[in-house]
Write a protein that binds this ligand. Structure first.
Ligand code: BES
Ligand code: MN
Ligand code: MN
Length: 455
């Protein structure tokens, strides 16, 4: 007998494509109506599956889709978190098919949000359906799918603080991360934190003729570049005083363990078209993208960028600068250190303002918990290989908050690949990964319920 998943996979995919067609871009107010439509779509899908108490929880921003299925209050409860908002799709011209007209090509679903995170959220919705059709869910489930992850989850913070009873659970289950490869399952056991700033350097009070004034005034673009360049030394260490003070150094054994994960710098370079790897001296590529903090300029602008040449010294220059944080740095500490240091770098001929954006704390999740074991066993069953614990480089700021406010650990049961191009043009998600997720999640529930019952 073919499984329920096998028999219904085409419908599962077409439902996901319908959801992906709704451009739920949280960063751009122009899409606000679509964000609400995407929330409605999810609410309707949960309702028709027999999820109870489904509602759109209003916040000061986008609604949170909540629903639950309490099969027995004596059983443990899994709180599924994810996000239905997506990153802006710009630049549109670099997409080979339009970002909100999803297509399946060569085994991949191409659309903004296909992997991050609608495709992965939808695995949970369909896994719930599969469980309901195949004997029911073995423990209680709560869904909490937000619409502001990509813009900092500020209102979810408030919601979590104010709804501790409603969100009472034993573990948080999240599919918003990745695996090493389709033949190498892994579970992320760490996420980096974030400290993000916008900086503005001001020189003269108006744009100037670069011939009449050039050489005698501080050019804010030159100054900004110099300031930014000085933030790394010749070994690519970050020069902000005290930046590494609280960084947790891994032991030689831990680093040796990490180095066992399959990785090839050759393939890494090739996959993103780089002539060589680059980064902090003394650390491997995997370490640089997981256990080490970083500082990157995300955008820089000012002056004349139009056609041809305009000889001008701009009055202002701007940049967006982010730092990825690792245990035991805190966003507050690093924000303060960055602000202080960056402000001190400006020469007397110009001024600088540093404006902090949202931040987030790093986390490490346990591998000795029942929930981790349940996830590990589930992946081992469906991939035929025991998953490797890895430390992820991305950030999901709410995860640290789940721990501090709800006292709950998260399991990062993600199925994406680094090559899925999340946040980039041509984001995609493997049909294999989508279906594997739906297949694996019910195993997680069964393992988790069984392990909890026998403890
Ligand atoms: N799902 C990602 C984070 C992620 C991706 C973690 C892959 C690990 C592996 C999430 O949607 C995201 O993009 N987070 C942002 C932070 C947020 C505050 C905008 C990030 O990491 O830049
Ligand atoms: Mn995400
Ligand atoms: Mn994202």
């Amino acid at each position: 007998m073919a499984s329920y998943l096998e028999e219904n996979k085409d419908r599962f995919l077409s439902e996901l494509l319908d959801w992906l067609r709704i451009p739920s871009v949280s960063a751009d107010p122009k899409f606000h109506g679509d964000v609400l439509r995407a929330a409605d779509y999810l609410k309707a899908r949960l309702e028709e599956l027999g999820v109870e108490n489904v509602e759109l929880c209003e916040t000061a921003g986008n609604p949170i889709v909540y629903g639950d299925k309490i099969v027995d209050p004596a059983l443990p409860t899994v709180l599924v978190y994810g996000h239905y908002d997506v990153q802006p799709a710009d630049p549109y011209e670099l997409w080979t098919s339009p970002p909100f007209e999803p297509v399946i090509k060569d085994g991949n679903i191409y659309a903004r949000g296909a992997c991050d995170d609608k495709g992965q959220v939808y695995m949970h919705v369909k896994a719930f359906e599969v469980m309901m059709k195949e004997g029911g869910v073995p423990c209680n489930v709560k869904f909490m799918i937000e619409g502001e992850e990509e813009i900092g989850s500020n209102n979810l913070n408030v919601f979590v603080r104010e709804n501790k009873e409603k969100l009472k659970a034993d573990v948080i289950l999240i599919s918003d991360t990745g695996i090493l490869a389709n033949d190498t399952p892994s579970i992320e056991v760490g996420l980096r934190g974030l400290s993000y700033h916008e900086v503005e350097v001001t020189g003269p009070n108006r744009d100037l003729h670069s011939g009449l004034y050039g050489g005698a005034v501080a050019n804010p673009i030159n100054i900004l570049c110099k300031m930014i360049a000085s933030l790394h030394d010749e070994n690519n260490h970050i020069t902000i005083p005290g930046f590494y003070d609280n960084v947790q150094e891994l032991s030689a054994e831990e680093r040796a363990e990490m180095a066992k994960a399959p990785h090839s710098d050759e393939e890494f370079k090739q996959s993103i078209g780089l002539p060589d790897v680059y980064g902090e001296k003394g650390y491997s590529t995997i370490e640089r993208t997981s256990i080490r903090p970083t500082l990157d300029v995300n955008g820089i602008w000012g002056g004349y960028t139009g056609e041809g040449a305009k000889t001008v010294i701009a009055s202002k220059a701007y940049a967006k600068i982010s730092m990825r944080l690792v245990p035991n740095q805190t966003s507050e500490e690093i924000t303060e250190k960055f602000q202080k240091h960056f402000s001190s770098l400006v020469p007397s001929g110009a001024t600088v303002v540093v404006r902090p954006h949202h931040g987030g704390e790093p986390v490490v999740t346990p591998t000795d918990s029942i929930a981790y074991q349940a996830a590990s066993k589930a992946l081992e069953t469906t991939f035929g290989k025991k998953p490797i614990p890895t430390r992820g480089g991305g950030s999901i700021p709410i995860v640290a908050m789940f721990k501090s406010e709800l006292g709950l650990d998260s399991v990062l049961l993600g199925f994406g690949l680094d090559s899925d191009a999340i946040h980039s043009p041509n984001e995609h998600y493997g049909v294999f990964n989508f279906l594997k997720g739906i297949e694996t999640i019910p195993h997680f529930y069964r393992n988790y319920a069984a392990l909890e019952a026998s403890k």
